[in-house]
Design a protein around this ligand. Structure first.
Ligand code: HEM
Length: 262
């Protein structure tokens, strides 16, 4: 049994599950009142999980991002960490690793996206961990493949998870880019893919790493599919987001929750 499995079994008991439920409700309530935080919470969830290296089994959704805020790709993520702290104070047993992934899922849900089944028990990394790089917005398709394959994810995961850019915006002081990705940055829908198939729209941002999805033959067919069919986008998104949120994490087994039966 791996260290992570052992820890997950130690973490999750009846009281823990109660606190997770409380944290979920609290997050819902806070975000329903103010959806502005939804995009950065989703970004937080990706940046904690997206350091995973499938070969060395390091990084992943382990809460370590709160010690990695000086890493330039994490500019702005402190706002999401601080937002989560008010939930952590009320539900202190919930690990940071679980809290950040839960917050990302609630962010998708409250903005109109799919419900993503959450499984709890991620242990927090003891200290800052050496972990893999996050994707660069100026990168091409080989760069995206290098980064996401390292996590153990595939071409479909790359395209569908990039659909998270249906939410939020780029900030000049964080990434150098400036502006929202879609016309309604607090609505989770398939407009990101619809826009990718159109010429640049004044006022909206497309990174080179977004544009390449509509160009590379390994990616393009998914962009076409999701632009045409939002239902398929939501179904595939929920699958890949769940996968991302569990990189390197082995939930305790057997589990009787519906999420595990799916
Ligand atoms: C495919 C490679 C990706 C690259 C290169 C990338 C890069 C970036 C950059 C540079 C920003 C702008 C940061 C700022 O200026 O504030 C951003 C924003 C964002 N990213 Fe990504 N990202 C990628 C994938 C993802 C994934 C997989 C997710 C989640 C599943 C995600 C979620 C978001 C969200 C929600 C925002 C908006 C944040 C806000 O409004 O503050 N991104 N991303």
């Amino acid at each position: 049994m791996s260290h992570a499995q052992l820890k997950a079994e130690q973490i999750v008991d009846e009281e823990y599950l109660k606190q997770i439920e409380g944290a979920r409700r609290h997050l819902h309530c806070l975000l329903q009142n103010d959806k502005q935080f939804a995009p950065i919470l989703l970004r937080l969830a990706f940046h904690d999980a997206g350091t995973y290296d499938a070969k060395t089994k390091t990084g992943g959704p382990n809460g370590s991002i709160r010690n990695e805020l000086s890493n330039p790709p994490n500019n702005g993520v402190k706002n999401a960490i601080d937002f989560c702290e008010q939930v952590k104070v009320k539900y202190p047993k919930v690990t940071y690793a679980d809290l950040y992934q839960l917050a990302g899922m609630v962010a998708v849900e409250v903005t109109g996206g799919p419900i993503i089944p959450f499984v709890s028990g991620r242990p927090d990394a003891p200290n800052e961990q050496d972990s893999g790089a996050l994707p660069n917005p100026n990168g091409g398709s080989n760069h995206l493949k290098d980064i996401f394959y390292r996590m153990g994810l595939n071409n479909r995961d790359i395209v569908v998870l990039s659909g998270a850019h249906t939410l939020g915006r780029a900030h000049k002081d964080r990434s150098g880019f400036d502006g929202p990705f879609t016309e309604q940055p607090l609505k989770f829908d398939n407009s990101y893919y619809v826009n990718l198939r159109k010429p640049d729209i004044p006022g909206l941002v497309k990174f080179p790493s977004d544009k390449v999805l509509a160009e590379d033959p390994d990616f393009r067919r998914y962009v076409q599919l999701y632009a045409k069919d939002e239902k398929v986008f939501f179904a595939h998104y929920a699958e890949s987001h769940k996968k991302m949120s569990e990189l390197g994490f082995h939930p305790r087994a057997p589990c009787s929750c519906s999420a595990m039966k799916a």
